[in-house]
Each structure stands twice: as structure tokens, then as C-alpha cells.
Design a protein around this ligand. Sequence first.
Ligand SMILES: Nc1ncnc2c1ncn2[C@@H]1O[C@H](COP(=O)(O)OP(=O)(O)OP(=O)(O)O)[C@@H](O)[C@H]1O
Ligand SMILES: [Mg+2]
Length: 271
Amino acid sequence: MPATPGILFGKGATANVFEWNDNQVIKLYSKPNASELGEQELKAHAFAEKVNLPVPHLTGLTQWQKQPGLVMEKITGRPLWPYLNKHPLRLKKTARMLGRLQAGMHRIEANELPSLSARLKSLLEQFEPSGHPLQQEAHQLLQQQPEQLRLCHTDLNGSNILVTRSGKMYFIDWSTASAGPPLADLAFTLLKFFRSAQASKSWYEHQLLHLGQHLFLKHYLRAYRKTIPLGSQATWATLPNWITIVSAASFQQAAPGEHIRLRQLLRRYFL
Ligand SMILES: Nc1ncnc2c1ncn2[C@@H]1O[C@H](COP(=O)(O)OP(=O)(O)OP(=O)(O)O)[C@@H](O)[C@H]1O
Ligand SMILES: [Mg+2]
């Protein structure tokens, strides 16, 4: 074991990821509730590995200068969008792979993980300004949804999907994984993709990214639907409701009206 972590691999909201040795990284949690975060992520990541999802091989939790750190396999690859910038011709294959992998994850019962519905309920209670119509709408919609306890990553955004040069995909950052309804997790991913497309800087890049993301979404959602037996068309039709619920629950990162724009986009092209 090295005396100190090596180069910084990634800086996140909750942790910093450093090279630990030639084959491993260490994710050092920086928040005051670091131990709790570390334990939560350890449990969910170990579960995902046990059910053969594509995750870095986990070694376990350790301590460095009294900070808890999760040691795992180092993945030599790029996050999803930089990977596709480098390999644009792999867009369709990559989108389909993600759809299949995420749908496969959603077939797995994960009763031992924290409840996603409970977390969404508590996040909606914190909505500001309290009493806003969106808060009430989301709360009512949540109450109408049936309880499901499938494995949900809940933060499967471009930077938590690493792809190697040979095209192998890995899901990282299991800190908020939960047991919940598949379409709630799909809504988290769609919203995160939508936000990253909206946030791109230049007009030109924005257009390209938008077009690329529409194409990506088309292949991703098709592969997802083919893989998961969601049942009836009626179940699939609840996806826009989940967009509203998840957007309201993540109100601190949400742009005003984003759920309306994303719902329109989905209805127009994908539902
Ligand atoms: N096993 C790994 N191999 C290679 N790089 C990694 C690995 N794990 C994490 N990283 C890099 O570190 C970054 C941050 O990791 P991670 O997403 O787990 O931390 P985080 O603090 O939870 O991030 P955030 O809160 O911003 O989502 C990743 O985006 C990735 O670039
Ligand atoms: Mg992350």
C-alpha cells in the first residue's frame, strides 16, 4: 500500500479520486459524514459487483490520514461524452450498450438497498419555495406510482460512465444507489443527459451535442425498451411523470421548466 495517494483522477462533489497504485484508485470522501458515505457506497458497489454488473473490481474500505477511502480497480478509459467525441462512429453501438446494461440492472431486485421512493419523498419535502405547484404535482404523482425495489444507480450521468479504448463500459460512483422503480432511474439519467446538453458553451457545440444526443437517446431508449419487460405501454407512458418527480426532487440543479421541455422532447421523438 502506498504512503500517499498519487495523482488526482477526479474531483467530485463528495470525494476526490486518486491513483493508489498501478492498478487501483482510492476514492477519499471529504464530507463530514464521510464514514457513512463510504459504507453506503461500499455496500451498493459490492452488491453491483456480486450481480455481475460492469463495475471496477472492489478491494474495500481503508483509511488514509483518518479519511475513509474506497479502493477499487483503476479503469483506463474516458467518461461517456469525451469518449464519443473521440469515437463518434461508435455512437450507436455505445448507446445500445448503455440501454441494455441499464435495463439489465433494472431487472435485479435490490431489497437490501435504501428505498428510492422514501428518498424522493424526503427530497420533495425539502423543495423550495415550499408549497410551489410543482412540489405538489410531483408529490401527488409519486403517491400514485407502485412500489418497486429494483436496482437503481440514480446518478448514471456521462461522468459516471467510463468507456475503455476497446469499448468496454463501466458504471462508477454507487454512492446513491437505491432500490426503486426502473423508470425513476431512467428519468434520473435522461435529466442528467438533458442538463449536460443544455449546459454546453458555444452555439455550434450546443447544436452538435443536441443532435448527437438525440441520436444517442434514440438508440439508447430503443435498446432499453427491448431489454426490459416493462409490461404494458401504459407502464412506459408513466415515464413523463417520473421526469416531473425527479426534476422536482433535484430542484437545486433543475433549470425552471426543464421537465416540461424534456417531456415534450420525449413525447415528440421517443414515446
Ligand atoms: N475506478 C476508477 N477508475 C478510474 N477513474 C475513476 C474511477 N473512479 C472514479 N474515477 C474518476 O474520478 C471521478 C470522480 O469519481 P466519482 O464519480 O466516484 O466521485 P464523486 O465525488 O462521487 O463524483 P460526483 O459527486 O461529482 O458524481 C470520475 O468521474 C472519474 O473520472
Ligand atoms: Mg461522479
